[in-house]
Design a protein around this ligand. Sequence first.
Ligand code: PEP
Ligand code: MN
Ligand code: NA
Length: 601
Amino acid sequence: MSDTPTAHPELLAWIDDVAALTTPDRIVWCDGSTEEWTRITDELVASGTLVRLDPGRRPNSFWARTDPTDVARVEERTFICSTDPDDAGPTNNWMAPDEMKATMTRLYRGCMRGRTMYVVPFCMGPLDAPNPMFGVELTDSPYVVASMRIMTRMGSAVLDAMGAGATFVPALHSVGAPLAPGEADVAWPCNDTKYISHFPQTREIWSYGSGYGGNSLLGKKCYALRIASVAARDEGWLAEHMLIMKLTSPEGQVRYIAGAFPSACGKTNLAMLEPTIAGWTVETIGDDIAWMRFGADGRLWATNPEFGLFGVAPGTDRRTNPNAMRTLSRGNSIFTNVALTDDGDIWWEGMGEPPAHLTDWRGQDWTPGAATPSSHPNSRFCTPIGQCPVLAPEYDDPRGVPIDAILFGGRRATTIPLVTEARDWVHGVYLGATLSSETTAAAAGRVGVVRRDPMAMLPFIGYHAGDYFQHWIDMAKGATGDAEKLPKVFYVNWFRRADDGRFLWPGFGENSRVLKWIAERLDGRGDAVETPIGRVPTASALDLTGLDVDKADVEAVLRVDRAEWEAELPKVTEWFAKFGDKLPAVLWAELDALRARLRDS
Ligand code: PEP
Ligand code: MN
Ligand code: NA
């Protein structure tokens, strides 16, 4: 190829191969510039994929509607293509790499006809990291290009840093909708046939048929979690589905906390919460993904590999997440599958009183009281993290931040107390491995069913989950072999309900009260009772100053109910049995010990 902005031979050869297979009309190298963003978003407005919002309220921001069949990650179409099916394990779909490549090569043949193939060089994490994590996405979706510019460090600077020899993850994406000569395009091209495929041994990603979120923005779930988790296993680190926050006490003591929660369980809200207790501050480092590596000091240091926020919109408002609203008000954002107001703004369920008329996510007229919500429950905002008013300055530090505590949390109406402290690292791994949550709209499928979601990574572990648990246990050997330097683990549940269905805990900013107790525990203070499931705060150990909440509710949200826990035991046995020989024996031992403690309680 002449006239290319790189001399990287493998990159050029790969692009040649893909172009020969997919036959795009043209190839565009993305430089990441403002001019390029303007050109691409103008084109997307002209083609009807994007609608420009009122620049007075939402500068440089856009509204997108997807095809109604392309609205979430498609877990049943997501594959881990290891040579040995046993390396994918029971929690992933598997197909042999050769077979998947043959199948997808047939689909890719001619699939970019009539379209532009964009070359998107990107870097997960800071470009000045000692070992920058490069990727290149080839995509025929300009919506993906615009979104990748928000979500990753992308463009010429990345290509320059790659030079002619850097290793990169090749990530191929097509919406699977070639155009015949003269054929008019649709606003959201996609294909009923979808594959989101990962080749962990060769560190490649092939995606076909979907233009949506985690299916198409391949730096995010595909690279930074599924492929990176495999690299992390091989190299002794962790690639996790976790927020990262900086918590500062009134005395100025800083604690860094990582938290794993399944999709649509409030990670973004927690990552930028406004504490309701005096003198405490929270600053954001990440809301979705944490890469944690050992520092020379033997501690785990976390970085956020992303550059933007891809948050669930419904439920986000001034009360639940004022800092997200401020981030969005600075513009430069893409809103997908929310509702459009008549004056060129966006609206979604949870954002106060609905306007008298909206255009809903399907493009239909919508008025308050309509039978269906105006916004899809998995509608999203995509916005630069640099606009977050409480972004911690450490966000850009390639060393990351030393993690003091790891939270595991799910959405459970019963059983799980507001907060529980693990006894030690292995007990913490047990809590993560048995994490469970009611399903949400973040993935296609039924909502509200309790499923195990280990470390909130069920859809994102790029290998056998039993090996993944072992890897977590092995982290205790650490860089220095000093397990005392590992983060302390806590299990939280903001979603426990009373018998009448009410939430027992107000959530959101009030979760700072739980963070305060965690900080006190890290200092060796804070009252806790030993229970069969771990250490739980006494009702008086939580700072409830100024909180209008029933004492009985606080007791109920902290209660360890023996009958409820005994009902969990067979479910955990069944869950662990899925992993056969690969389930670490120490986790069976944890289950046995829990059973014994419950019996004796
Ligand atoms: C996504 O679907 O693209 C995504 C960001 O994932 P999650 O469901 O974890 O929010
Ligand atoms: Mn997520
Ligand atoms: Na999703």
